[in-house]
Design a protein around this ligand. Structure first.
Ligand SMILES: NC(=O)C1=CN([C@@H]2O[C@H](COP(=O)(O)OP(=O)(O)OC[C@H]3O[C@@H](n4cnc5c(N)ncnc54)[C@H](OP(=O)(O)O)[C@@H]3O)[C@@H](O)[C@H]2O)C=CC1
Ligand SMILES: C[C@H]1O[C@H](OP(=O)(O)OP(=O)(O)OC[C@H]2O[C@@H](n3cnc4c(=O)[nH]c(N)nc43)[C@H](O)[C@@H]2O)[C@@H](O)[C@@H](O)C1=O
Length: 324
């Protein structure tokens, strides 16, 4: 239900100017592909070297120049557990700056529909599983990503405040761990799934008989293919309106050890797997309750096995051009 924004669910105008912030990233590039295939004809995006979203004046100039009616904010400082744990100041301040600049400029220009992306790490470390949207701010955060999580929680509040003060029908979505074509495969900075694909594929090609993963392998995580994420974003923009963030996931999880087995099988690695327990495990379990999303009419379509195969194939075809 709308909270006084006047939002009417329905198809967005395919000819309206639509800004995808972060359009070259994992999520932004998938959203761009999804919007193109859905018929949107006036998409805009800038790389960080063309437009640094930390530069407030440049962001306001960009909005004045392109006057978007719709915006997805998929630009952020993003990384895996070690990057978050090592550079908390960067994850806090860059994300706050990007969010505040983009959301303020979008408000000044009266953007009609805007989707802010947070992350499942906003929820308490020991939240009841599966994690409902109502768990927000009910307990302590996981220390390896608390700085990033606080920035994302501020983003949710920013959206709610704009709705309350200005009546704009803007929304927030909280994705679970994402993966797919266009991911960051860097050895130290990436999330677990691309890290395992790279490590196991290298080991299989080099004929290594042991690989070493981080942590104990016992934490449980949920993984959503980024093409599903992009489809969910468009669905929410067309059908959901409300102040509360919406969880986006598949509704099922597995251990990191089980994930490692699936990746080994997909790349043809048959050697041993060891665990470096000096590296952090992070939250013991992160499984989202997706009943709000299901009630809004959307469910994930891509199985983890198919998604891993697709991502391995993309990785093998794009190794030369990868970041990091
Ligand atoms: N990946 C995941 O598992 C998850 C991601 N999310 C959320 O989804 C969103 C997108 O993440 P994802 O696609 O994975 O991240 P990526 O790192 O793949 O992409 C981030 C994008 O943000 C842009 N960006 C970063 N800093 C700036 C800046 N200062 N100015 C302009 N652009 C900038 C980058 O631009 P450029 O490439 O040009 O530098 C890039 O396009 C984020 O909000 C993230 O928190 C949430 C849960 C899980
Ligand atoms: C999306 C989410 O991403 C981050 O949180 P995370 O869920 O802990 O994500 P992760 O993918 O980095 O790790 C998942 C698990 O996997 C284990 N693991 C094994 N081997 C490797 C490995 O080689 N690399 C990585 N990164 N992890 C590994 C690792 O020890 C951990 O137990 C957040 O900081 C937060 O910012 C956020 O929102």
């Amino acid at each position: 239900m709308a909270d006084g924004t006047g939002f009417q669910p329905g198809i967005l105008d395919r000819a309206a100017p639509f800004y995808v912030a972060g359009h070259r990233g994992l999520v932004g590039s998938a959203i761009w592909r999804r919007l193109e295939s859905a018929g949107f004809t006036d998409l805009s995006g800038r790389t960080s070297s063309e437009l640094d979203l930390k530069d407030r004046a440049a962001v306001f100039d960009y909005f004045a120049e392109t006057t978007p009616r719709y915006v997805v904010l998929a630009a952020a400082k993003v990384g895996g557990i070690l990057a978050n744990d090592t550079y908390p100041v960067d994850f806090l301040t860059e994300n706050l700056q990007i969010q505040i600049n983009v959301l303020d400029a979008a408000r000044e220009h009266g953007v009609e529909r805007l989707l802010f992306l947070g992350s499942s790490c906003i929820y308490p470390k020991f939240a009841e599983q599966p994690i409902s949207e109502d768990a927000l701010l009910t307990g302590h955060l996981e220390p390896t990503n608390d700085a990033y999580a606080i920035a994302k929680i501020a983003g949710i509040m920013h959206i709610q405040a704009v709705r309350r003060q200005y009546g704009l029908p803007w929304i927030s979505a909280m994705p679970t761990n994402l993966y797919g074509p266009g991911d960051n495969f860097s050895a130290e900075g990436s999330h677990v799934l691309p890290a395992l694909i790279r490590r196991y594929d290298d080991a299989a090609r080099q004929g290594l008989d042991t690989v070493t993963n981080w942590g104990t392998g016992s934490p449980r995580r949920e993984f959503l293919h980024v093409d599903d994420m992009a489809a969910a974003c468009l669905h929410l923009l067309e059908h959901y309106d409300g102040p509360q963030q919406v969880n986006v996931g598949t509704g099922s999880d597995l251990t990191i050890r089980e994930l490692a087995g699936l990746v080994a099988e997909a790349v043809g690695y048959t050697g041993a797997i060891e665990w470096d327990t000096s590296k952090p495990d992070g939250t013991p379990q992160k499984l989202l309750d997706v009943s709000k999303l299901t009630a809004a009419g959307w469910t994930a379509q891509i199985s983890l096995a198919d998604g891993i195969r697709d991502t391995v194939s993309w990785y093998r075809g794009n190794q030369a051009a990868l970041r990091g």
